[in-house]
Structures are given as structure tokens and as C-alpha cells.
Design a protein around this ligand. Sequence first.
Ligand SMILES: Nc1ncnc2c1ncn2[C@@H]1O[C@H](COP(=O)(O)OP(=O)(O)OP(=O)(O)O)[C@@H](O)[C@H]1O
Length: 478
Amino acid sequence: MSVEQTAALAQEWQKVLEKTVGIIHEDAVKKWIAPMIPVALENKELILAVDTIFTKQYIEQRYLVLLGDAVQQALGAGYTFKIIVDPAIADAQKEPSAQKEAPAEKTETAEAEEESAPTQGSLPLASEGTHAPAPDDATTLNSKYTFDAFVMGRSNQFPYAMAKAVADAPGLPAHNPLFIYGGVGLGKTHLMHAVGHKILADHPEKRVLYIASMDFTNEFIRSIREKSMDAFREKYYNIDMLLIDDIQFFAGQEQTQTEFFQTFNKLRDSGKQIILTSDRQPQDVKDLEDRLISRFAGGAVVDIQPPEFETRVAILQKKAQTEQVDIPEDVVTYIASRVDSNIRELEGALTRLIKYASMMRMPIDETTCVAALGNYLHGEKGRRITMEMIERIVCTHFKVTSEDIRSTKRSNDIAYPRQIAMFLCHELTEVSWPTIGGFFNRDHSTVIHAHKKIQNLTESDGATKALIESLTIQIKGI
Ligand SMILES: Nc1ncnc2c1ncn2[C@@H]1O[C@H](COP(=O)(O)OP(=O)(O)OP(=O)(O)O)[C@@H](O)[C@H]1O
């Protein structure tokens, strides 16, 4: 790729990153999204490289829809992205400062750790936020994740009650550890932070530490490398409550598991509360030592289910209240009935609607909702816009027939609707130029020409721009 192409690609990627604001939490963007390296933009597909399969899976599991949304907002309808694993590219393009952090010389232990878990060997180093907390230091907790902000419903009633019980009486053997498991984006992290906040509110002198399991692993590896295991152990053995997130990522990390086993025993034996989260129950976590499984299952194990409709509505209302925005009931219902399995995405949909309405100066109603969330919701539901749908809406608008549009007629009253339909097919579907051409009985160069013409018109002619917007809303709302 030429220098100019690389710069252009970087610019496109920057646009996408800017669009993530308000859609994906900024910490997650910093840690997971921004470090990806854009390597190509081909056929409306942005290719992003990461260094490990683990990173790819993590991002795809959590941010597939939200990042897809940002890509479309930044680059246009129909754009998608794909993550590839290419350590060479990812390493070569890392910032010099990041490279300095990489181990100059690995100890045998660290090497063994990395070999035993190749997918996690080169994780980003533990973030600065994971330092040992001072007694009054709550910086490792997200200030928004409190019990007050948590909406309780049938799906999360039991984990909520258990979390409250732990917050009221930490360290009781019956709920130590508290193990919360469930699908992506259902509030596991939120609940564990809520316990931490409550403990700190009641006992400001307590040391509460939240850490993601992969950060624990990285910190452990770094301590071996820097021969600072004593400091590492002193930090973990002297806390009052350990909140450790996503422990499924300990899978296969033999030495980390051994170290964590010791930490776990030390804390639990001295009555210090431990809360763990995972995407599955202890016995289903792959490549986890039996002794850890039995320790993890030795307290209270609770699962958190996807929220039912009423809870989704209540979460949206609460979020709207926090943002101080009035959202009509039918709009809340519209979103809640379409995003049903992931609260992170539910919140993302609402944020996007609010941003869109404010940017376009439109009221927050169902029409705006369809325009703002059309693709997003279709993506969630797997519904696809087809060329037939587009043709039907365009024909209805111009009062022409499908036969007219596909015919050889070249008069403007037919050619213009045809060009509009071709433009929309390219913008709103994944279909290639030749296939669009075939649908309208034209070759691909005619479609490219039509697309360019309408594109230019949307920039110079307000009526065409308005028409495209209105047809897009109708098509997405089908
Ligand atoms: N019951 C709830 N009430 C209000 N907000 C919630 C609730 N459940 C989840 N959320 C919000 O949804 C988002 C995702 O929640 P969280 O990060 O806790 O999920 P998770 O289960 O830990 O996901 P992951 O598996 O990806 O780590 C957060 O912004 C959180 O505040």
C-alpha cells in the first residue's frame, strides 16, 4: 500500500473511532478498539488486524454490533468490518512507546506461561487503573455501576439479591466466593461493582480491588519478568475484597491459575470476600484446574439471564432519565421489542437514537427511531434489505412499474427513478455492482455511473438529498 493509501485508511479508521463515542464505553475503546490496526478497505469491508485470536474473539463477542454500527455511521450504509489475526502487522505498527513495554527478555516462567496459552501471550499490559488501591481509592470501580442504577427484574432478581446480601455481610462462607455467570452484556460487571461501591460507602477504609482476569494474568507475567513477585503478592494478599471479571480467560493459563489459587485461598481463609464473573458456570470453563472449579463453586453460584421485555423497558426508561431526555413510550417499546438479548446493545441503541435526533434536529419519535436504528435493529434481528424491497418503494414513490425500471426506456421519468434505485441498492445492501446491474438489466458500469450521478446530486441538490433520506427511512422501516 502506498503512503497515501495508508494515510487515507488511517483517516477512515479515525472517523470510525470518533463515531464510537457514546456507543461503546470509552475505556473499552481505548483498551480494545483503538489498538486494532486498519489494513484494508475493500468492497465496503474494513479489515482490522489484532495480535491474538483471544483479542479477536473478545471484541467480536462484545462489540460486534456496536462497532458495526459505528462503521456504518462513519463510512456509510452497507459498510462492514472484519477482524483478522496477524501478530506481525499488529506488532509492526504498534506505537514505539507500546513496544517499549514489551518484554525485552522473557523469563523461562513467563515464556512457559505464554506457550501454554498462546492466545493470551501478548495481551495488552494491565491498565494503570489496576494499581493496588489505597483505602479510600475507588478508582478501579466504574462510578455508574451502582445498585441504584441497576434495574431489577425477573431475569436478574436472584443475582441482585445475592449481590445485596454480599454487600451487607461480606466474607460469609455461604457466599464466598460469589460466582456470577451469564451471557455477554447482561450486567455481571455492573453488579460486582455495585457491591464494591456499597462496601466502600459503608467502610471507606476497606481496600476493594476490581480487575479483569486478563489484567491479572498480565500483571503476573510482568511481575515474574521484573522479579517483583513479592510486591505482586503483597498487593493481592492485603486487600479486603477482590472482584475478578471474566475468569473464563484463565483457561489454559496454568501458572496464572496456580498463582490465583494461592491468592484465592489466602483471601478466603482470612474471610475476605471474592466475587467472580464468567460467561459460563465453573464446571463448564474450559481448561480450568479441578481444584479451582471446586473452589469457585464452593460459595454461591448465580446466573443472570437475558432481561424480559418489562425489564428492558425499565432499563431504557432509567437510562433516558439519567440522560435527561424524554422518550415517548411507543419508542421505548419499539426498541425494547427489537433488542432483546444484550443490555449493552440496548443502551447503545438508545444512545444512538438520542444522538441522531439531536444531530438531525428531529423529534424523538418512531420515524426518527427507524431512521436512526434501521440497520442496527435489522442487524440485531438478522433482517436484510433486498433489492426487491428497494425497487418496490422507489416504484411506489415515482408511480412507475418494475417493468418500466428494468426496461430499456431512457426517458428521464424512468431513468431517474432507476438511478435512484441503483444508488440505494449499492448503499443499503451488500450486493456487488454486477449483481445490481443484472437485476436492472444493465451492466455494472451503468450502475457505477448511476451511483456517481446520484451521489453528486445529493451533494448539490437539496431535493435529491431529501428524497434519498426519505426513501432510506421507508426502506429501513419495511
Ligand atoms: N439490570 C440492569 N440495569 C441497568 N443497567 C444494566 C443492567 N444490566 C446491565 N446494565 C448495563 O449494561 C451494560 C453492560 O453491563 P455489564 O458490562 O455489567 O455486562 P457483563 O455481563 O459484565 O458483560 P460482559 O460479559 O461483556 O463482561 C452496562 O452499561 C450496565 O450498566
